[in-house]
Each structure stands twice: as C-alpha cells, then as structure tokens.
Ligand binder design. Structure first.
Ligand SMILES: [Zn+2]
Length: 324
C-alpha cells in the first residue's frame, strides 16, 4: 500500500498546520490551503489496484471520495474503472495510474451517472472515456445539476470540475486492451444504465454500484425490480474477486446477497409503514433489523430511501386505497 498526496506536499501541509495553530487571529488561513486527495492504492490482484472510497456520505471532509476506483495495467496502458468525484481527484488519479503502470491511461470506463464515479473524468482525454449508450446524453441533460449538487456538499474540492463528455460508447460485448479482455454487460437497476465489466483473464468482476458491501446501498435513481434482476445476472458470473462500487473487495457473492437483502428490507419496511399510515418522519425512524448494524450509513441511507421510494409506492397503492 502506498499513499499519494498531490498539490500539497507533506512538508507544506505541516507548515500550514503550524502556522494555523500559531495564528489564531487568522482562522481562515488553514482552510484556504489547497485541498489534496490522498489516494492509497491497494494491489488486489497482479497489476490491479483499488483505491477504496470512504464508507461515508459525501462530505466536505472527504471531498466526495466515497466510491471505489480501480486501475488495471493492461501492458498497453492503464485502464480505469470510474474516475472519482471531481476534476481534482481525476488529476491525482491520472498521475497515480501513470506512475503505477508506467504508461498513459488508455481507457476510463464510467459505470453510471453518479457524481462520485464520473466527475473526475474531465481530467482525462475525452477519446479515452467510455460509458454506456445513454451516458453522454444523460450527462448533457443532468451534468450541471450533478456538479452543482456536489459543489454545495463538497465545496472547494470541486473547483475546476465541469461536466464530462465521454468520447466513446461501451456497447455489450468484449473489448480487448493489451493483455486484458473486458466483457461489457449493460445492466440497470441502481440507475437506468449500469455498466458492469468482467475482465475475463483475471476473473475480476466490476458491477459498479449494483453491488454495495458492508455499506448501505443508495437509491436516488433505483428501480428495485430491475436491480434484483441485475443481481441475478451477476450471481451467475464465475468470478475470482468482486470489486463493489462501495465496500471491501472479496471473493464470493456476499456483496450480491447483501445488496439484495438490503433492497428487500428497505422496500418491506417502507411498504409496511406506508400500509400502517405512518408519515414520512415516522417512516424514516422505523426500526431496522439487527443485521443492518453491520452496514455503514444504514440509517442515513434508509431515510434517504424513504424519500426516493415512497412516491412510487404511493403511485402504486393509493388508488387501491380509494373508495370504489
Ligand atoms: Zn451510484
């Protein structure tokens, strides 16, 4: 494991910290220092490195670096799975990938339209950035809202971040880059288009945010029924390691099973509460089963899911409650 700090060197950081501590009459000084992501790549397989996202919501402290990002050496250049939350992150990621592989970045696959995965893509040549058939149009339509939302939550980390314009479309099928073969599986459910990648030579499976592990799944654009279908497809892929969008990398299907269980639990709790006539605040505070204690941000994501999923339940069930 190694740590990279760009922009702000350790020495400069220490100096700023000392200055700030010694200068209480200048309270804004430390926060005016340039922000820098610390990228700590972990080699999960030969010549493949994952940078773990923080198991947290997006905050000003973590700069939106909450998703897992992976760098693969293909022999012919670096391939990235997702690009991180900001231009600043993408810039640090590009430097790290070039250093680890000794070659330029030749492909950045974007798994889906969520800010913590895509906004770092502006640091890469558009011709190397690849997403599902709908991604480019979706970014044109919703990209400004995505970046504005991130500026509000993460603040200065986002400086210089615009809307990525992927120059390539990843269709289903196999794309060979150097010694690696990426099988591209167009799935959906976490969002309306989730690109899953399976690198056939190493057996590494990248399901994007279709799989969360030990961290509650997010549902702002979810279609739970399609999501469950995608999880069934993923469960049939014989992989060596699964790299979830969020959470630890491991072999086996624990992430797939846990994500399904979380979706089932969230839907059932919201459905039961709704049927009992609970209002939104009461629903958000509904008890969660003990097993969810092992999931980071379970309560936070459950409350958000109430907001995301309740309107659909109301649309589906309210007419049936009306008098005939
Ligand atoms: Zn996502």
């Amino acid at each position: 494991m190694s740590a990279e700090t760009t922009t702000l060197t350790r020495r400069a950081g220490l100096a700023l910290g000392l200055c700030a501590a010694a200068s209480p009459w200048l309270p804004g000084f430390a926060s005016a220092a340039p922000l820098a992501y610390t990228l700590a790549p972990i080699e999960i397989a030969p010549r493949v490195w994952t940078i773990y996202g923080a198991p947290e919501p997006i905050t000003r402290a973590n700069g939106g670096a909450i998703a897992n990002i992976t760098i693969l050496d293909t022999g012919d250049g670096a391939v990235l799975i997702d690009a991180g939350p900001s231009h600043r992150y993408g810039t640090a990621l590009k430097a790290l990938a070039e250093r680890l592989t000794g070659k330029p970045v030749v492909r950045v696959y974007l798994t889906h339209l969520h800010a913590d995965h895509v906004l770092g893509a502006t640091a890469f040549e558009a011709g190397t950035v690849s997403g599902g058939p709908a991604l480019r149009g979706d970014l044109k339509r919703a990209g400004t809202d995505l970046t504005n939302g991130m500026y509000r939550v993460a603040g200065d980390w986002m400086r210089g971040t615009g809307v990525p314009e992927p120059g390539r479309v990843a269709e289903g099928g196999v794309e060979t880059i150097g010694e690696r073969r990426f099988r591209i599986l167009p799935l959906a459910g976490h969002t309306r288009e989730d690109l899953c990648l399976f690198e056939e030579r190493s057996g590494l499976l990248f399901p994007g945010d279709l799989v969360f592990l030990d961290r509650a799944a997010t549902t702002p654009d979810a279609d739970p029924e399609r999501w469950r279908g995608a999880l069934t497809t993923l469960a049939e892929i014989d992989h060596s390691l699964l790299i979830p969008g969020h959470g630890p990398v491991e072999a086996g299907r624990r992430g797939i099973d846990q994500t399904r269980r979380w979706l089932d639990t969230v839907e059932a709790r919201i459905g039961e509460g709704f049927a009992r006539g609970l209002d939104v605040t009461e629903l958000m505070e509904a008890p969660l089963p003990d097993w969810t204690d092992g999931l980071a941000v379970a309560r936070y994501e459950f409350a958000r899911s109430v907001m995301h999923l309740l309107p659909g339940l109301e649309r589906r069930d309210l007419p049936r409650l009306a008098p005939a």
